[in-house]
Design a binder for this molecule. Structure first.
Ligand code: NOJ
Length: 601
């Protein structure tokens, strides 16, 4: 197949996002600029030269807004304030200006599906009566038996479960002390879902968009973009049965951690958190979400500079995902099919083909992502026996990844991603080849998934560990203290991070950091992101070979069991393998678990 080149959105040139390499910053774990052990915006600013040298076009910052941090900041108490943990609005402005000066765009995270329970609106709703305008901004309902008149409202309004495990409803206590209505939270108890039919909610989120656009933000990563609208009547969902089949008791080690703070109203037994991809459900991928994105598109159009939105939407199949990036909606959507394909040439080529075709059908660029703050780092995932199982974290008593195999495949998969047409997302630390932290003690864990499933799901903390910048330093240099003392990083780092610290890889031939730098340079010089893909004669997914041409570059990824020949007339321009660059010219074979970029001799 050959995908049509991405159409230009304005004038003759493509918008910046069409082929951008975007670097995801999880602020609490990227760099600490004040020595308190928690990453912050000053830390981001201090490390911008590193990102400039890496060659990325944009940064996306996970939430840094005021928040009680019940879900790492994806529980926003004030959409217009920077949390004190991370600095101030002035720090944001300074960081954004510096990023722009260095030629990097800045994407901020928008969390429109839910607020924190500490948001002023939710507090007002708790203090207001059932049926009040304050309650109508959220999804409050009577308990089931209350509605039928047959009981005292002890049963939740429907059978939906939280994505993090446990029920999706919690019951409030009314002002007179009586047990009252229930509110919906598709995630943690402390993340009440907003009611997107309410005009206040719509108006407020438009205003939040403008607030950050006015400050110069170049785009938004839209959290749970598939979840904002729920099916009318909030019907029960049959899919819950499948979710609950995965019900897990205590972990094999018998450990039963306590509940998340505030989870007191969840009465039912915990169960495994749901899989990222769902059968059609009444709470995800409802057609009504698209009206919201058309509305926001018009808001972004009020501003110049090709502002953009990227959808975090876990929907299948690719055609459904493409609906989020129609010309009058968002500009990009994360391609999670690619992330879930594992190190498997057949699955990976199907995911590539399906997403390119679906994106091209609506004139959007595809995106390529292998890791983020919600998934096991790909250097570890690819070291598992089955990298497609999508575990939510890895614990010490789980299967441990093969670190060397995982890293070799991760480097090779990254070269595939960076050579594909479209935009590529890099998650902080993957450029260092960081593994998942698989032995975090239960006491250190913070992810609500761990608590809500009573440890049946390990949770996502293992991919959120503070980055190592300098091997010999306390906290591997995570805190930039300018000579002052540094607190322990907020999550402990594994010993394996030491040799992978940025200072150990900088300038080291063959290091993962230098491989990323070289691959990004190559991609940019050849304009691969704006190119098109054509499978070549060498493409043989059933024997583990993925091979495509993009411009005059031939990319061969060997996911099979035997070396594959380098085709006649080509030489290796870049290899994910450990050989030094001076040996590439003589390479006539692509080893197993390796990707090469080939150019005509
Ligand atoms: C998706 C975010 O990536 C994840 O970290 C968060 O927990 C949920 N949305 C809820 O906001």
């Amino acid at each position: 197949m050959s995908n049509p080149p991405v159409p230009a959105a304005s004038g003759a040139s493509s918008p910046w996002w069409a082929d951008a390499v975007v670097y995801q910053i999880y602020p609490r774990s990227f760099a600490d600029g004040n020595g308190d052990g928690m990453g912050d915006l000053r830390g981001v600013m201090d490390r911008l030269p590193y990102l400039e040298q890496l060659g990325v076009d944009a940064i996306w910052l996970s939430p840094f807004y005021q928040s009680p941090q019940a879900d790492g900041g994806y529980d926003v108490a004030d959409y217009r304030q920077v949390d004190l943990l991370f600095g101030s609005l002035a720090d944001f402005d300074a960081m954004l200006q510096d990023a722009h000066r260095r030629g990097m765009k800045v994407i901020v995270d928008l969390v429109p599906n839910h607020t924190s329970d500490e948001h002023a609106w939710f507090q007002a709703a708790l203090g207001a009566l059932p049926g009040s305008p304050e309650r109508d901004r959220y999804i409050f309902r009577e308990g089931r038996d209350e509605v039928s008149g047959s009981g005292d409202g002890k049963r939740a309004p429907n059978n939906w479960k939280s994505v993090f495990g446990g029920p999706a409803w919690s019951r409030v206590t009314e002002a007179d002390g009586s047990p009252g209505q229930w509110y919906l939270h598709l995630f943690d108890t402390r993340q009440p879902d907003l009611n997107w039919e309410n005009p206040d909610v719509q108006e407020e989120m438009r205003a939040v968009l403008r607030f950050w656009l006015d400050r110069g933000a170049d785009g938004f990563r839209v959290d749970v973009a598939h979840g904002l609208v729920k099916e009318a009547g909030l019907p029960d969902w049959e899919g819950v049965a499948a979710m609950v089949e995965g019900t897990a008791g205590p972990r094999p080690d018998g450990h039963l951690p306590g509940d998340a703070p505030g989870a007191h109203t969840d009465a039912e037994e915990p169960h495994r958190a749901v899989s990222p991809m769902y059968p059609p459900s009444p709470f995800f991928d409802q057609d009504g979400v698209h009206d919201i994105y058309r509305d926001w598109h018009r808001v972004l159009d009020e501003y110049g500079g090709d502002r953009m939105m990227v959808a975090e939407a876990w929907v299948e199949p690719a055609e459904r995902l493409a609906r989020y990036v129609r010309p009058d909606e968002m500009q990009q959507a994360f391609n999670f099919d690619f992330l879930l394909a594992g190190w498997d040439a057949e699955r990976m080529s199907e995911a590539i083909e399906a997403s390119l075709a679906a994106a091209a059908s609506v004139g959007a660029p595809s995106t390529w992502v292998l890791s983020n703050h919600d998934t096991v780092r790909h250097a570890s995932r690819f070291g598992l026996k089955d990298p497609t199982t999508f575990p939510k974290g890895i614990a010490a008593d789980d299967e441990q990844p093969d670190a060397a195999l995982g890293l070799a495949r991760a480097r090779a998969a990254t070269l595939v991603a960076l050579a594909l047409p479209g935009s590529a997302y890099i998650y902080q630390g993957e450029e260092l080849g960081l593994p998942e932290h698989t032995t975090l003690p239960a006491e250190a864990r913070q992810d609500p998934t761990f608590f809500r499933t009573r440890g049946a799901e390990t949770g996502r903390d293992g991919c959120r560990v503070p980055l190592p910048w300098a091997e010999g330093q306390p906290g591997f240099g995570f805190s930039i203290t300018h000579g002052g003392p540094a607190a322990e990083p907020w999550l402990p780092q594994p010993e394996s991070f030491g040799p992978l610290a940025a200072d150990q890889q900088d300038g080291e031939e063959g290091s993962t950091l230098e491989l990323y730098r070289a691959a990004i340079r190559f991609r940019s010089a050849r304009r691969l992101g704006l190119g098109s893909l054509e499978w070549t004669d060498e493409h043989a997914p059933d024997s583990g070979l993925l091979a495509f041409r993009n411009g005059d570059v031939l990319v061969v990824a060997n996911m099979g069991f035997a070396s594959a020949p380098v085709p006649e007339g080509y030489s290796v321009a870049l290899s994910s393998g450990p050989e030094p660059a001076e040996d590439w010219a003589g390479m006539r074979e692509v080893p197993v678990d390796c990707t090469v970029y080939l150019q005509p001799e």
